[in-house]
Design a binder for this molecule. Structure first.
Ligand SMILES: Cc1ncc(C[n+]2csc(CCOP(=O)(O)OP(=O)(O)O)c2C)c(N)n1
Ligand code: SF4
Length: 421
């Protein structure tokens, strides 16, 4: 997926890196079928299998035909050899790595014969198309009667090398259509000139960044653009925004009023959750959002380097996921930071799941060593704005680790809870 990163991270690299198979569905039905197949492959080879869902696949819905529920597999593995697999001391790891390389040859064999990797012949050999995952969909949309060129669909890795060699032997040029980074194209191309023309994201036939679209794939196939359809009048672009009435809004309003007017050198390090939207208008309240937990660790690093005031904004759920360790670090090193744990009593951004530390945040912070006098709780409501600003001022000027907890339930889960009652 392409979330929370600046480099369109492509999980097929992790598959290669770890030496594990990767499945990349091209249709919703395949996404369903592959999970069952992945469990089978995983159990046969005793290896984890990675499912790669690209953005468009993850954001689509379709009716799928379901399969029978499988029987629970044995929880106990009798073979002595596999005990070694889970104790990764160097002596075991060395043996395991050799076994993994041997296993990879068998996994490549599985990919060659996989029903998810298909080679469809075509009469016109001026081009061979390698289409990975959802890109196969985009390619085939252009050919109602079937493609005139040979098409190799790749949805299971390691790469089926023999199928690729067959295509290279049959066709005069190759087009590689893949979502994300040019993983397959690079594997084929390397650094030295190739004896066959390879076109793709590295040569500009397909865009180097951003998602593929049916139109960009169509252009790469050398086909004339389709007539532009009029933009739908039903679908209006709706940029993300904090809900009206959300407590994060009141927190940011108080924070920006203090910081902008009184502490122009302050930096606000934020985190992953609904409050990430504090970057947008009207707040423009935050300077960084990098990954889960980075608000506290980045604020600490900045404070240690001399930046004042260094303020972290993190949600209750992200705090218990990966903020607590950073806070302990800040306490141990007495780094002067102010951590705002914007507690909406839920995991708002992902749909309102329970949050692991609900009801215990102050205890957790005190347990990690934050002075209880500097753990301050407030209710983020417009009528409390002056009180919140006062708390923020007081804790910003404190030369140590302080925590402010603005606490009010997410209005979306509050609505749901009210409806239930
Ligand atoms: C490593 C990682 N795991 C999971 C996610 C998905 N995710 C996005 S926001 C979020 C948590 C948000 O909860 P919280 O910090 O309480 O903020 P809220 O959305 O409730 O304001 C998660 C788990 C992610 N972005 N990164
Ligand atoms: S879902 Fe909840 S936490 Fe997220 S913006 Fe809306 S009210 Fe705020």
């Amino acid at each position: 997926s392409m979330h929370s990163s600046q480099n369109e991270q492509d999980s097929r690299f992790y598959g290669k890196f770890a030496g594990v198979p990767v499945f990349e569905p091209s249709t919703q039905q395949e996404a369903y079928d592959m999970v069952q197949e992945a469990f089978g492959l995983s159990e046969r080879h005793r290896i984890p299998v990675l499912m790669r869902l690209t953005t468009r696949m993850a954001h689509s819905r379709a009716v799928v035909e379901v399969a029978d529920v499988r029987e629970q597999n044995a929880l106990h593995c009798p073979e002595a050899e596999h005990k070694r697999q889970w104790v990764l001391m160097p002596a075991n790891s060395r043996v395991r790595y050799k076994a993994l390389l041997e296993e990879n040859a068998r996994l490549e064999q599985e990919a060659e014969t996989s029903r998810f990797n298909t080679y469809t012949d075509g009469a016109d050999k001026s081009l061979g198309i390698i289409a990975c995952g959802i890109a196969h969909n985009y390619v085939m949309e252009n050919f109602a009667q079937g493609a005139p060129y040979p098409v190799l669909k790749i949805s299971q890795y390691p790469l089926p090398a023999a199928l690729i060699r067959r295509m290279a032997a049959e066709c005069r040029a190759l087009l590689v259509a893949e979502e994300g980074q040019p993983v397959v194209e690079e594997a084929l191309r390397g650094i030295l000139p190739t004896p066959i023309a390879i076109r793709g994201r590295l040569t500009g036939e397909l865009p180097r960044t951003g998602e593929l679209t049916p139109d960009s794939v169509r252009a790469a196939l050398g086909l004339a653009p389709l007539e532009a359809h009029a933009p739908s009048e039903i679908v209006v672009p709706r940029p993300p925004a904090l809900c009206q009435g959300c407590g994060h809004r009141d927190m940011y309003t108080a924070l920006t009023e203090v910081v902008r007017e009184e502490y122009p050198t302050a930096k606000v390090f934020s985190d992953i959750g609904c409050y990430t939207l504090g970057w947008l208008a009207p707040f423009h309240a935050i300077d960084t959002v990098v990954d889960m937990g980075a608000s506290i660790t980045m604020a600490k690093g900045a404070a240690d380097a001399g930046l004042r005031p260094a303020i972290a904004v993190i949600g209750d759920s992200t705090f218990t996921h990966s903020g607590m360790t950073g806070l302990l670090d800040a306490v141990n090193e007495r780094s002067p930071i102010t951590v705002i744990i914007s507690d909406n009593l839920t995991t708002g951004m992902t749909g309102g799941q329970d949050s692991a530390g609900t009801g215990r945040l102050e205890q957790i912070c005190a347990g990690l060593g934050v002075d209880p006098a500097h753990i301050r709780v407030t209710v983020p409501l417009p009528k409390n704005r002056e009180e919140m600003k006062r708390l923020i001022r007081e804790e910003i000027t404190y030369d140590g680790v302080s925590v402010i907890v603005p606490r009010r339930e997410c209005i979306q889960t509050a609505k749901r809870h009210a409806a239930k009652k």
